[in-house]
Each structure stands twice: as structure tokens, then as C-alpha cells.
Design a binder for this molecule. Structure first.
Ligand code: MRU
Length: 368
């Protein structure tokens, strides 16, 4: 998508320097800084410190990390060590495991001399596939927005609430939850987006920055505003991303998503989840029981980063010494999800619904 009129992906390969370039998201929306990941340690830090973030982008980044690992040492032992090292960076988004395992499976039958080139080719493939998957989520999600628009007075915007950043920054391009919004805007359907702040890391500011860059009307609201807005008929639909969705359609996403789903259910507002197939964990049925929830540093709660007159700075918001708890994700049970918008169409959030759209993938993996 575009930044100041120039098209960017959230990561790209610098063929001349043979290095992965990323947008360092820690500084957005205030500063647009790019960086390179020249070592495996830099890859691990970029993922765990959330310089790159969002399930699909974590997966694509890890694939490039494995390409670097294969260049450094293509033996089975070294690749399996690199896989474990990158796997331990963040626990919840399943795209990380999906990408790492896909690289290992592709390289295992190859002679060592062929592995570095094959791994890089696969990383490019994963990045390009992500762009196409998200574009298609937009094609299918656009139809939902179009149907809602048809029920509204001519010219009235479709009010869409989203949580966290499931935008192009969280993917390689397009975003998942934002792709239908971008495509509706391009199709001339008036949309307005309620952007949840998404404490503690305020990923909503990334979403607001993205939407602003594309001229899409939006309003930034605190996380607790959603229920109130829905009670007053100000939300026509909710669409969020996901970090891991189980084979029966339980959705794990950024902390606070569950509360939005409850409020949507209580108010009869449709609650959709944009779901790329690599984010489906076919080995898990019950999301609440089986998905590991990342607990992040309490400093993300007690301190808040923002723009100050002297540059980007941090201030403390809690009394010194106050204990904090920082679960980064929650699970929304499938009964609260109206539909899963995938690259192959929109499925009911049930095992049958997902298996009908992805019979090939559902067959491959059974519950662990
Ligand atoms: O902790 P983050 O910022 O990596 O969490 C990201 C989210 O929860 C997104 O909503 C999710 O990854 C979907 S991104 C297309």
C-alpha cells in the first residue's frame, strides 16, 4: 500500500545487499524508519520486540530468517536449531510455525548445496502468496460490505469497527481485515472505520495511519467505546484479524477482541474475522484450551510511548511499583463469530464450514 504516494510492502528483499529490509513498526505512526536484518539474532529480535508484527508478517519474516540460516549453514542440524530459535520468539500467531515448517519440509529432501537458493525462493513465494491471499480476502469481504451498504440510505457510510492492526503493516500487503475496506473504498462504497486504540501497544494508531494515508474516513476510539457505539446503532459490522483460528473456528486475536464479539452478539451486529488459510491451526479444536497466550512485559502497560515536543518519548501512567498483567491475546468462541472471510470465500465459523472451503488442508492435519 502507499506511504506518501509511494507503494511499499511491509518487507522486501534487497537483492544487491542480499538482506531483508523491514519497516520498523516501533516508531510508527510518528516516524517511518526502515531497517535491515543481517543476522539471525536480528530476525529473532525483530519478531520478539515487534519491529515486525501481525501474524502473516511474522510468518513471512521467519521464512526469510530461515533463508539466511540456510545460507550460513545448510546442514539438517543447523536448520533445525535455527527453526527452534525463531519459533521461540513469539508463541501465539500460528503463521510462525506454519512458515518455519514449510521451509524445513521444502529443504529436507534437497542436497545441502541447493538449500540456500531454495529457501530464499520459498520465502519470496510465501511473501507473494500472502499478498494474493489478502487481496482475495478483500474481494470476498467487499461483497459483505456491499450487501450492508445496500440496506442503508443512499450515500450513508457503512460503519465498520476494527480492533488492533490487521492492516497492510501486519501482512506483506493489503492487510486482512482492512483489505475489504480498501477495496470497498476503491469501489466507491462509502465507509467509515471505528479504530480501536488497542492498548497497551496502540496498534490502532497504525491502523489510523494506514487509513489516513489512503483517505479512508475513520475515527480513533478507546477500547471500551465499542459496546456503547453498538448500542446506539453506530456500528454496521465488526471485522478483525486473527493470530490463530482453530479447525472449528474459535478465533484467537489481540486482547479485547472477545469483548467486542460479546458486545456485537448482544447488539445483533455481525462480527466477521478476516482469516488467511495459513492462520488456521488444523491441529487444534478448542481454542480456549489449547492456544498459548503470550504474556508480554508489564512495561507495556505501565509506560506509554508517544510523540513529545522533543521527539518520541515514553511516560509512566501507573504508580511506581504497581503490578501489571499483560496477556496479549484472547480467544473468541466460534459461536460469537458470524463468518470467517478467507481467500476462498466466507465460511461459517464451524469445523464443517472451514473443511468445506479447505478440504485439502483439513485432510492433511488432524487434531494433535
Ligand atoms: O501483537 P501483534 O501486534 O502482533 O498482534 C497482531 C494482531 O492481533 C492482529 O490482529 C493479527 O495478527 C491479525 S494481522 C493480519
Amino acid at each position: 500500500m502507499k506511504v506518501d504516494g509511494t507503494h511499499y510492502r511491509s518487507l522486501w528483499w534487497d537483492a544487491e545487499k542480499q538482506v531483508l529490509t523491514i519497516i520498523d513498526q516501533r516508531w510508527l505512526p510518528h516516524e517511518f524508519r526502515i531497517d535491515t536484518l543481517p543476522t539471525l539474532e536480528a530476525f529473532a529480535a525483530a519478531i520478539s520486540e515487534m519491529r515486525v508484527r501481525g501474524a502473516p508478517l511474522i510468518g513471512a519474516t521467519a521464512a526469510y530468517g530461515m533463508a539466511l540460516a540456510a545460507r550460513l549453514d545448510p546442514t539438517d542440524g543447523a536448520l533445525s536449531k535455527a527453526r527452534k530459535y525463531l519459533y521461540e520468539t513469539r508463541p501465539t500467531a500460528v503463521n510462525l510455525r506454519w512458515a518455519l515448517d514449510r521451509v524445513i519440509a521444502r529443504l529436507a529432501p534437497l542436497p545441502e548445496a541447493a538449500r540456500a537458493e531454495a529457501a530464499l525462493r520459498l520465502a519470496h513465494e510465501i511473501a507473494d502468496e500472502d499478498v494474493e491471499i489478502n487481496r482475495m480476502i478483500g474481494v470476498h469481504g467487499l461483497e459483505i460490505i456491499r450487501e450492508i451498504a445496500a440496506t442503508k440510505p443512499a450515500g450513508a457510510p457503512v460503519n465498520i469497527l476494527t480492533h488492533c492492526n490487521a492492516g497492510w503493516l501486519a501482512t506483506v500487503d493489503w492487510g486482512t481485515a482492512t483489505s475489504p475496506i480498501y477495496q470497498a473504498h476503491e469501489a466507491g462504497i462509502p465507509v467509515h472505520v471505528w479504530v480501536d486504540e488497542t492498548r497497551p501497544r496502540n496498534q490502532g494508531a497504525l491502523t489510523a495511519w494506514e487509513l489516513g494515508s489512503h483517505g479512508i474516513p475513520h475515527t480513533y476510539v478507546v477500547d471500551n467505546a465499542g459496546g456503547h457505539l453498538m448500542q446506539h446503532g453506530l456500528v454496521d459490522m465488526v471485522i478483525t484479524g486473527t493470530d490463530r483460528t482453530t479447525r472449528r473456528g474459535d478465533v484467537c486475536n489481540k486482547i479485547g477482541t472477545y469483548l467486542k464479539a460479546l458486545a456485537a452478539h448482544d447488539n445483533g451486529v455481525p462480527f466477521f474475522v478476516a482469516l488467511p488459510s495459513p492462520t488456521i491451526d488444523w491441529t487444534v479444536e478448542d481454542g480456549l484450551a489449547a492456544i498459548p497466550i503470550e504474556e508480554r512485559d508489564g512495561g507495556e502497560i505501565s509506560d506509554i510511548q508517544g510523540q513529545t515536543p522533543a521527539g518520541i518519548g515514553t511516560v509512566r501512567v501507573t504508580p511506581a511499583g504497581t503490578g501489571t498483567g499483560n496477556p496479549a491475546f484472547d480467544v473468541t468462541p466460534n459461536r460469537l463469530v458470524t463468518g470467517l472471510v478467507t481467500e476462498r470465500g466466507t465460511a461459517p465459523a464451524t469445523a464443517e464450514g472451514l473443511a468445506a472451503l479447505f478440504p485439502d488442508l483439513a485432510r492433511e492435519a488432524q487434531p494433535a
